[in-house]
Design a protein around this ligand. Structure first.
Ligand SMILES: [Fe+2]
Length: 240
């Protein structure tokens, strides 16, 4: 994808447009954060430290698992909602997802190879994996932008916000508890305070009390004192 400066001018137009439900927005913030953090973590890992190296590799494996699951959700829930209303509209992205599956398998095997690698070759293998992951991240940042623009244009033209909320709700309901927790781990700290409060307020109203508390305890570890104060205040005042 070529960089298009006109995309920047779209910022001004976004302000004028009536807000629609963007089912990609929050989960893609989570993915961008998870990808960026994992890439930087791998780039600074001490390959002479067994624990640090295995943690960096385990993080790469966690990330690619999350990416695989995410693309399956898009294929299984979002694309059928598009295809039934606008046949062919998800074909290009669905095709890219096949390439992502191959890249994910290559990254997983690269991480396993690095973990098993003799100490003297670790630095070279780690750097090769770092560059491979950087390309995957770069491609995925553009891919997510395509979904947020082209796919949302189709979804907004053919679906009501209630229908989109149904698609999103079906994805959330399909998540096993461990994956839901990983999603919250990477989503909540990287939302704005208003978005964070919105997600947690909804969760307080619909999820079991223990699940809500576990997520709240987890997110607190990843927020600054000021972010935590804002969240606690909003939850107390506007979400009881
Ligand atoms: Fe995608």
């Amino acid at each position: 994808m070529q960089f298009n400066p006109r995309e920047i001018t779209a910022l001004a137009q976004a302000e004028a447009a009536a807000p629609r439900l963007d089912i990609y927005a929050f989960i893609h913030k989570a993915l961008r954060a998870f990808m960026a953090d994992t890439l930087m973590g791998l780039g600074r890992a001490d390959v002479g430290d067994d624990l640090e190296l295995s943690q960096a590799c385990a993080r790469v494996l966690e990330l690619v698992d999350f990416c695989r699951s995410h693309l399956h959700h898009e294929n299984a829930f979002v694309h059928p909602a598009m295809e039934v209303r606008a046949p062919g509209s998800s074909a290009a992205v669905e095709h890219e997802h096949e390439g992502h599956e191959q890249a994910i398998a290559a990254l997983a095997s690269g991480a396993a190879q690095l973990m098993a690698c003799p100490r003297e070759r670790r630095a070279r293998v780690a750097h090769a994996l770092y560059r491979q992951l950087a390309l995957f991240v770069a491609h995925n940042f553009e891919h997510m932008h395509q979904e947020e623009t082209e796919h949302n244009a189709v979804l907004w033209a053919h679906c009501t916000d209630a229908q989109l909320a149904e698609v999103e709700g079906a994805i959330v309901a399909s998540l096993p508890p461990a994956e839901a927790m990983v999603t919250m781990r990477w989503m909540l700290p990287y939302l704005t305070p208003a978005e964070r409060a919105l997600v947690l307020c909804d969760m307080r109203q619909h999820a079991p009390r223990e699940a809500f508390q576990a997520v709240l305890d987890m997110v607190r570890l990843h927020l600054s004192a000021s972010e935590w104060d804002k969240l606690a205040r909003t939850l107390a005042l506007e979400c009881s």
